[in-house]
Write a protein that binds this ligand. Structure first.
Ligand SMILES: [Zn+2]
Length: 173
C-alpha cells in the first residue's frame, strides 16, 4: 500500500480534513485574502499540520502539457497548475497523491493523468457553482460581477470558468 498524501486546493485549505498528511503550494496560500482565514491557515502551517511544497519546473511543464492536451489550459490558473504539478511529483516519488478540489478543469486534467481527486465537502457547508472570469493570457481571475470583457492587465478577451464556492448552510435559508 502506498502512502496517501492529500493536496489541498483553496476550499480544502480553508476547511481541511482532520486526518492525513496535507500539502498545499505557496500559490494557493496567496489566494487567501481574508485576514481571519489567513491567520487560521498560517497557524496550521506553523504547527506542521499543513506542509507547503512548491512545484519543480519540469513537473509544472508536464502539468501544463497535459492541460493543453485536455483543452483545459486556458481556464487553469497558475495555482491550479501548481497542485497538479506537485501531485505528479509525489506520484513520481511513489506516493499516492489525492487532490482535494471542486474545480472541474483540475478534475479533468487529473483524470487524464490518472491522479486521484476528491471533492471538498463537509457537513456544515454546501457547494454552489459560480462562474468567474479568467484571462487566458496572464491567468488573472476576476469575480463574476466584474464589469467588462477584457483583462485590464493585458487587454485580452476574458473567458469564463465554472468553480464551486463553499457557502455556510446557515446563510442559505
Ligand atoms: Zn490578462
Amino acid at each position: 500500500m502506498t502512502t496517501e498524501v492529500l493536496i489541498l486546493d483553496f476550499a480544502a485549505l480553508i476547511n481541511p480534513p482532520i486526518k492525513g498528511r496535507k500539502i498545499t503550494t505557496s500559490f494557493i496560500l496567496k489566494e487567501v485574502l481574508n485576514e481571519a482565514e489567513k491567520a487560521i491557515v498560517q497557524a496550521r502551517v506553523e504547527s506542521g499540520d499543513i506542509e507547503i511544497m512548491d512545484p519543480k519546473s519540469d513537473f509544472l511543464q508536464k502539468a501544463s502539457e497535459a492541460a493543453i492536451r485536455t483543452g483545459d489550459f486556458s481556464v487553469l490558473s497558475n495555482p491550479d497548475l501548481s497542485l497538479i504539478a506537485i501531485a505528479l511529483e509525489l506520484k513520481h516519488k511513489g506516493l499516492n497523491p489525492i487532490i482535494l478540489t471542486n474545480d472541474f478543469a483540475i478534475q479533468n486534467v487529473c483524470k487524464f493523468l490518472k491522479i486521484r481527486v476528491k471533492p471538498v465537502g463537509g457537513a456544515k457547508i454546501r457547494e454552489q457553482i459560480v462562474w468567474i472570469r479568467i484571462c487566458p493570457i496572464c491567468r488573472k481571475k476576476y469575480p463574476t460581477d466584474y464589469h467588462g470583457d477584457t483583462c485590464p492587465e493585458c487587454g485580452s478577451k476574458l473567458t469564463r470558468k465554472a468553480i464551486t464556492k463553499l457557502v455556510p448552510k446557515e446563510n442559505n435559508n
